[in-house]
Design a binder for this molecule. Structure first.
Ligand code: AHR
Length: 660
């Protein structure tokens, strides 16, 4: 009789169960017959500037439209007139501070009263913390001997000043003014006021406010709490900058990496395609400043130990929009961008593009190994363009693995057209996308069991279970969706000889500024929380084995005539642990007789991590961030055969250290 172990005890309320009768279900793991290797980049993250994921999200700049480059130059800014003050605001472009950002604000004060100036609303307000310091800076010049002093204030949404400072020394030339502000109270929706002291005119540009404590305290930095969430996933790779944003609605609005590097003021702002993509969720103030640009993406990847996977435009605008094509005989600049990117990332500090990287502070190469050609493209037009890219890139950089597109759906005419073509072209890695109802993920966990082992590898590059339907604003990040993704991920891992990478999408959503739902991580201006899907990703990523072990379930329980117990086994080469992942997607606890073949005994120190929740509709939130979160406990088992109960609707990861 095997000893019983109930993973149900991992919930507070459930007690040990009496020893069950010999379970009808057996899970046999043959540790003596290691299978294929599991890719070190199996579980990664997909970053796109959607839902205010970059400006107003990960990028820590708090001032919106800091350079007055939005088409409505005063968007996000309002006039302040206190105590009889009067004056005017004008957007100008004569003798700008920087030609890449040609617009600036002229403030003319006719009557100083108790204060004339401007106020910036931030991105859905500005999140400020009591006791923290914030770095303010601006470019300014007086006009015709006008005012030489500015007052800067940080104010709460109800108008209380929680920090202020004076800046003087303005001259007739553009000059950077800066000061540090210590904030007296926490406020999620603060504003920044800039008040002119005295009468006359002055010019203002590049008005910036950053927390001093960005990730690694870098200037032009990232929100530390959001990066921490990424780092805690231990992602194998990071795909950036998207997503459809790579493509642009038309080619003029495509993502061009070269315009996102160098000094931030050299980067040209463009409209974000998600600004008004969904008429039911217009932003309408969503632009890309590129303050978070390609250099910062590479740095972030390095910081969190993720392989960089940039995706480049391949001469095709978004096919859901204009579908504009760069003619084949005009593709060279696009291909050259890819070649130059490889040099920017990997070239020596003396090469043309490597020198730009070095000048930004990173002389050592980033050692990029992966590159995506196009995002979610389809049709013969894509194949022609991919082939041209692949020919040129492989000729010069055979060491770079190329990611190609299988279109927006995991099974449609576009997909069925692309795959054979890409196989023919001997593509390295094909990027499949899937947004579908939870049942699809449960039903398709065996999808890759039948894939051709000799063709291109698969990157499950965008996926997420949709509780209602794709692009519905009513989709919820609930436990049902996360559990279905977990079952599907068991199938990805079990097919690690074909599937080499995967990433949930999208990554971030701002609770006040989202266009798309569901998302892996949600935030407001001060806080962040992981969804149940986040914890699923984390459990897989932090328990990635190096090699698969054969795992066989017999006597499957059935729900609606379908098998709903999913399992994989692997071995962690460093720790030596046998890692068992089990998803019980049935509504009943399931007893399983686990048999480890090829080992005689386990050492003490085994652990079990369980993610489960009472209801499939359960979600996490800003107020209940850990409502659905994994619980890790010791697993007191040293026998290689044991009975174990898996809780209803649960994901469990057992780490079992073999004795020998
Ligand atoms: O993840 C959101 C969008 O879904 C991506 O931008 C696009 O690639 C897909 O259609």
């Amino acid at each position: 009789m095997k000893k019983p172990f109930s993973l149900a005890i991992l919930t507070a309320s459930t007690l040990w169960l009496a020893a069950a009768a010999e379970p009808a279900i057996t899970l046999t793991i043959d540790t003596g017959k290691p299978g294929p290797k599991i890719s070190p980049v199996m579980w990664g993250v997909f970053f796109e500037d959607i839902n205010f994921g970059a400006d107003g999200g990960l990028y820590a700049e708090l001032v919106k439209n800091r350079s007055f480059e939005f088409p409505n130059g005063l968007m996000a800014w309002s006039q302040i007139e206190r105590g009889g003050a009067a004056g005017s605001l004008e957007i100008r472009d004569q003798e700008p501070f920087h030609t890449a950002n040609p617009h600036y604000l002229r403030i003319r004060v006719d009557n100083a009263g108790a204060g004339f100036g401007v106020s910036n609303e931030g991105f859905h307000g500005m999140g400020l913390r009591e006791g923290a310091t914030y770095n303010f800076s601006a470019q300014a010049r007086t006009v015709e001997g006008g005012p030489r002093t500015l007052r800067v204030e940080l104010v709460t949404s109800d108008g209380r000043t929680i920090a202020s400072a004076k800046l003087d020394g303005l001259t007739g030339q553009w000059k950077k003014l800066s000061t540090t502000l210590r904030v007296g109270a926490t406020e999620a929706k603060a504003r920044l006021n800039v008040i002119v002291e005295g009468r006359g005119a002055l010019d203002l540009d590049w008005v910036s406010l950053f927390p001093a404590q960005t990730w690694k305290n870098r200037p032009n930095g990232l929100r530390a709490d959001l990066v921490r969430m990424l780092a805690d996933l231990k992602p194998g790779f990071m795909r950036f900058p998207g997503g459809c944003i790579v493509e642009g609605r038309d080619l003029g609005k495509r993502y061009q990496w070269k315009t996102t590097i160098g000094a931030p003021e050299e980067r040209r702002l463009i409209i974000n395609r998600w600004n008004d993509e969904f008429k039911h969720r217009p932003a309408p103030d969503y632009f890309q400043s590129f303050g978070l640009g390609f250099y910062e993406f590479f740095l972030l990847c390095e910081d969190i130990g993720a392989e960089p996977l940039p995706i480049l435009n391949c001469g095709m605008a978004c096919q859901f929009n204009s579908g504009e094509l760069a003619p084949l005989d005009q593709l060279d600049p696009y291909i050259q961008d890819a070649l130059d990117l490889i040099e920017f990332a990997n070239g020596s500090a003396t090469s043309t593009w490597g020198a730009k990287r070095a000048a930004m502070g990173h002389p050592a190469p980033f050692n990029m190994k992966l590159l995506g050609v196009g995002n979610e493209q389809w049709g013969p037009q894509y194949i022609e363009r991919y082939a041209a890219f692949a020919k040129a890139l492989k000729a010069k950089h055979p060491e770079i693995k190329l990611v190609s597109s299988a279109g927006p759906s995991p099974a449609d005419d576009r997909f069925n057209f692309l795959w054979p073509q890409l196989r023919e072209l001997k593509a390295d890695i094909v990027d499949e996308h899937c947004y579908a109802r939870p049942d699809w993920f449960l039903d398709n966990a065996a999808r890759y069991d039948k894939y051709d082992r000799s063709g291109p590898k698969v990157f499950m590059g965008e996926y997420a279970a949709q509780s209602v339907k794709t692009v519905s604003p009513d989709n919820r990040n609930n436990w049902e969706c996360a559990l279905a993704e977990a079952a599907y991920m068991i199938g990805l891992e079990r097919n690690a000889d074909v599937v080499v990478m995967s990433s949930y999408a999208p990554l971030f959503g701002h609770v006040d500024g989202w266009q798309w739902t569901p998302n892996l991580i949600w935030c407001d201006n001060l806080s962040v929380y992981g969804t149940p899907s986040y914890y699923v990703q984390q459990m897989f990523s932090r328990n990635r084995g190096d090699v698969l072990l054969p795992a066989q379930i017999s006597g499957q329980p059935e729900a609606d005539g379908k098998s709903r117990l999913y399992a994989t086994a692997s071995r962690d080469a460093t720790a030596g642990d046998i890692i068992l992942k089990v998803v019980n997607a049935t509504a009943q606890p399931v007893w399983v007789a686990v048999q480890l073949q090829g080992v005689s005994q386990l050492k003490t120190g085994a652990t079990a991590t369980v993610l489960a929740s009472a209801n499939l509709s359960d979600e996490t939130s800003l107020s209940e961030p850990k409502k659905v979160a994994p619980v890790r406990r010791p697993f007191n088992e040293t026998n290689v055969s044991f009975n174990c109960q898996f809780r209803a609707h649960s994901l469990a990861v057992l780490r079992l250290p073999p004795a020998q």
